[in-house]
Design a protein around this ligand. Structure first.
Ligand SMILES: Cc1cc2nc3c(=O)[nH]c(=O)nc-3n(C[C@H](O)[C@H](O)[C@H](O)COP(=O)(O)OP(=O)(O)OC[C@H]3O[C@@H](n4cnc5c(N)ncnc54)[C@H](O)[C@@H]3O)c2cc1C
Length: 444
C-alpha cells in the first residue's frame, strides 16, 4: 500500500515466514533474506523455507493445554503456519504432527507466491543500519557472522550460545518421606526448594555411576567448549570426586529436619510452575542418554520412582537475554527499528517460535505504517510468553516453552483437571475482546 515503508526480514525459518506473511497480509511489502540453499546451518538440510529440523510434532492440539491454546490463538490471528500445519497434519493422537516435506513446501509456496514478498537467497552477514523495520529471525543456529554482529549490538553478556536443559520431574512421583523442603540458610519458612539428601556412600555410588553411564555423541556444531556456568554434570563428575559436592550438589545450609544433620550432598529441585506440580533438577544439565538419565537419576534418594516430564540436554542455541534487550513489542530497546522473533528472541519450541514471528510481523507492519506496535494481553498464551521474555530476572533467564506457569495466578480455587480448560476459555475470551478493541491495528 502506498505511503507504507517496506519491512526487511532476515531468516526464512518458522518465525521469519510467519512474520513475512503477517506483514504482507497487512499490505506492507516484505523483503525476506534466507541463506539456504547457498549456506546451511549444521541442522538444516532442505532448501525449502520453514524447515522442521528435528521432530515433526507441534505438540498437543488440545485447546485445554497451554500449547494447544497458543495454536488456537494463532489460528484466530490468521497464522499461515498454523493453517498449513492443519492442512498437512498426519495422525498423531492428541498431538498436531505434520508431514514435514509437505508442510515446508506449502509454506514456501505461499510465501513465494505472495505478490508483496520478495525472497532473496543469501546470507546477511551484518545487521543493516536503521532504515526500515527489520525483523531478525535467524534462529538458534544463526550464522557466525550475523552472530558477531548481534554481539556488537547487544554485548556478549546478553547473547547465549548453549541451552542447558535440566530434567523435570513430576511432583507426585517424589518420595516426600525422604525429600525435605528448605531454602539454603533459611531456617524459618518451609523454603522454596525440595532437597534430596545423600549419605557419603550414596554420593560416591552416584558419582561412579555418572562417570560410567552412556553419553550422547556430540554433533559437529555442539563440539565447542561449554561455558563454565553450564557444564554437564557428568563432565563435573569426571573432574574430581568432590566437584559435584562443591557445585550443584552442595549441601551447606541445608539442614535435614528428618535427621537434624546436614547431608553429605543434596540434589535440589526447584518448582517449575506456580502450582508446584513439576520440579526441575537444579544445575543438572547433562548429555547422558535418556535411558541413562532415568536409570542414574532414579538412584537419587527420594527419586526412586521419579517420572520425568522432560529429560536433560545441552545443545547450541543462540538466544538473547530478552529481559535486558527486548520491549514487550519484541522491539530492541537499543534499536527500536529492529524486532527479534523466533528462538533467537528467547522462546523455546516450534510453535512458540512461530508465535513470536506472528507478533513481530504484525508489529513490523504497524511500525512501517508509522503506528505504535502492539502488546498482547497477559492472560493470553501470546501475552504470557511475552511476559516471560520481558519480566524474568535477567540473571535467571532461560528460554521457555509455553506453559500455564507463565500465566497470571488463577485468583480462585479450581479443581486440577478443570484448570487448563478454564485458563484456555478465559484466554480466548480476552483475545477476542483484544481483537475487537484493536481491530484497526491488528487487521489492517
Ligand atoms: C537441532 C535442533 C533441534 C530442534 N528440535 C526441536 C523439536 O523437535 N521441537 C521443537 O519444538 N523445537 C525444536 N528446536 C527448537 C526450535 O523450535 C527450532 O529451532 C525452530 O526451528 C526455531 O524457529 P526459528 O524460526 O527461530 O529458527 P529456524 O527455523 O532455524 O529459522 C532460521 C532461518 O534463518 C536462516 N539463517 C540463519 N542465519 C542467517 C543469515 N545470517 N542470513 C540469512 N538467513 C539466515 C536459517 O537458514 C533458517 O532457515 C530445535 C532446535 C535445534 C537447534
Amino acid at each position: 500500500m502506498s505511503g507504507r515503508q517496506r519491512v526487511v526480514i532476515i531468516g526464512g525459518g518458522l518465525a521469519g515466514c510467519e512474520a513475512a506473511w503477517q506483514a504482507a497480509q497487512r499490505s506492507v511489502p516484505v523483503e525476506l533474506f534466507e541463506m539456504k540453499p547457498r549456506r546451511y546451518s549444521p541442522a538444516h538440510e532442505s532448501p525449502e523455507l520453514a524447515e522442521l529440523v528435528c521432530s515433526n510434532s507441534l505438540r498437543s492440539n488440545d485447546p485445554g493445554s497451554a500449547v494447544g491454546l497458543l495454536k488456537e490463538e494463532m489460528r484466530r490471528l490468521g497464522s499461515l503456519l498454523m493453517r498449513t500445519a492443519d492442512e498437512t497434519a498426519v495422525p498423531a493422537g492428541k498431538a498436531l504432527a505434520v508431514d514435514r516435506q509437505r508442510f515446508s513446501r506449502a509454506v514456501s509456496d505461499a510465501v513465494g507466491r505472495h505478490p508483496l514478498i520478495r525472497i532473496t537467497r543469501r546470507e546477511v552477514e551484518e545487521i543493516p543500519p536503521a532504515s526500515v523495520p527489520l525483523v531478525i529471525a535467524t534462529g538458534p543456529l544463526t550464522s557466525a557472522s550475523l552472530t558477531a554482529s548481534l554481539i556488537r549490538l547487544t554485548g556478549e553478556k546478553n547473547l547465549a550460545f548453549y541451552d542447558a536443559i535440566a530434567p523435570i520431574v513430576r511432583a507426585d512421583s517424589l518420595d516426600m518421606r525422604i525429600i525435605y523442603q528448605k531454602s539454603r540458610w533459611d531456617d524459618h519458612g518451609p523454603g522454596d526448594y525440595l532437597n534430596c539428601p545423600f549419605t557419603r556412600e550414596e554420593y560416591e555410588c552416584f558419582v561412579t555411576l555418572l562417570r560410567e553411564s552412556e553419553k550422547v555423541a556430540l554433533k559437529e556444531f555442539e563440539e565447542a567448549k561449554y561455558f563454565e556456568g553450564c557444564l554437564p554434570i557428568e563432565v563435573m563428575a569426571r573432574r574430581g570426586d568432590e566437584t559435584l559436592r562443591f557445585g550443584p550438589m552442595k549441601p551447606v545450609g541445608l539442614l535435614n529436619p528428618h535427621t537434624g544433620k546436614v547431608p553429605h550432598a543434596v540434589v535440589q529441585l526447584r518448582a517449575e510452575n506456580r502450582e508446584g506440580t513439576h520440579y526441575n533438577m537444579v544445575g543438572f544439565q547433562t548429555k547422558l542418554t535418556y535411558g541413562a538419565q532415568k536409570r542414574v537419576f532414579r538412584t537419587i534418594p527420594g527419586m526412586e520412582r521419579a517420572e520425568f516430564s522432560r529429560l536433560g540436554s545441552i545443545h547450541r542455541n543462540t538466544f538473547i537475554c530478552a529481559p535486558e534487550v527486548l520491549e514487550p513489542t519484541l522491539q530492541m530497546k537499543k534499536r527500536p527499528d529492529i524486532l527479534l522473533a523466533g528462538q533467537l528472541s528467547g522462546v523455546e519450541g516450534y510453535v512458540e517460535s512461530m508465535a513470536m514471528g506472528l507478533l513481530a510481523g504484525i508489529n513490523a507492519a504497524l511500525l512501517a505504517g508509522g503506528r505504535e506496535a502492539l502488546v498482547p494481553p497477559r492472560e493470553t498464551a501470546l501475552g504470557a510468553l511475552i511476559f516471560h521474555l520481558t519480566h524474568t530476572d535477567p540473571a535467571r533467564f532461560q528460554p521457555s516453552n509455553i506453559n500455564f506457569g507463565l500465566f497470571p495466578p488463577l485468583g480462585k480455587k479450581i479443581p486440577k483437571k478443570q484448570r487448563g480448560p478454564y485458563r484456555s476459555a478465559k484466554a480466548l475470551a480476552v483475545l477476542d475482546r483484544w481483537q475487537r478493541q484493536e481491530s484497526v491495528r491488528i487487521s489492517s
